[in-house]
Ligand binder design. Structure first.
Ligand SMILES: Cc1cc2nc3c(=O)[nH]c(=O)nc-3n(C[C@H](O)[C@H](O)[C@H](O)COP(=O)(O)O)c2cc1C
Length: 222
């Protein structure tokens, strides 16, 4: 390496801007003192859980983050194409203190859980619906489902629904991170079996599962 190359290398290490191509803009680092930055920095998928129960308060916060009514009084924690809110949030309660096991539907307007008829004591989504053993350990499993929005969104409907489900997913990940809980998106489920297990209504389709629990102490490295 000749002298000029060495000087250029040293300069590029000292001043990263020198390696920018014409027109590139160096961005600043994320603001470390922002609460949201900290959550985004540590957000990750958890697949190893302890046997501990969730509290009702923990579950309530997670469900509110998923689709709760925000400070506007009528809108939600996620954006929605033409404010159609086509998603439903079902939850299988297996081990939540003070809540009978079974399948429930989240009611955002009243911030409550409504038992789904015939869903009592349904507490294990494996193996028919999900062939991922770790899911069986989690004390609660959310299923995001969708039904055709009342307002016609045209041929982009499915795309918009998927985008909204992604927003729900991220809210749940971030609330889990904030509360010291864990989750992991599960798209690898059998749609027919999952639909039957969560007792979705006719016209509703499953989108994404989100098991929730307390991370195991020796959670494997990500
Ligand atoms: C739509 C979607 C479906 C996923 N399905 C599964 C799944 O079935 N099983 C699983 O273990 N992880 C699943 N994941 C989690 C990804 O594997 C995980 O997000 C990815 O490995 C990045 O790791 P991180 O979330 O810890 O950053 C899914 C993620 C998304 C967004």
């Amino acid at each position: 390496m000749n002298k000029l190359m060495l000087i250029l290398l040293a300069l590029s290490l000292l001043c990263p801007a020198i390696v920018l191509a014409k027109g590139d803009v160096n961005l600043t680092a994320p603001a470390k003192d922002q609460a949201l930055t900290k959550l985004l920095m540590t957000r990750h998928s958890v697949r190893a859980y302890s046997d501990k129960a969730l509290t009702l308060d923990q579950l309530s916060n997670i469900l509110w983050a998923a689709q709760g009514i925000n400070a506007s009084g009528k809108k939600r924690t996620t954006a929605s194409a033409r404010a159609t809110y086509p998603l439903q949030i079902y939850v299988m309660v297996k081990n939540v203190t003070g809540v009978d096991p079974g399948i429930y539907l989240y009611d955002p307007q009243n911030n409550k859980l409504t038992p789904v008829p015939k869903g009592e004591k349904r507490t294990s989504v494996v193996p028919d619906a999900v062939k991922q053993d770790w899911v069986a350990k989690t004390p609660a499993v959310i299923m995001i489902s969708y039904s055709k929005p009342e307002k016609d969104l045209g041929d982009k409907t499915l795309m918009f629904v998927s985008v909204e489900a992604g927003a729900v997913m991220q809210n749940v990940y971030l609330m889990c991170e904030a509360l010291g809980l864990g989750t992991c998106a599960v798209g690898g489920y059998d749609a027919k079996a999952a639909k039957e297990f969560f007792l979705l209504k006719p016209g509703e389709e499953p989108v994404l599962m989100l098991p929730i629990g307390i991370p195991a102490p020796a959670e494997p490295a990500k």
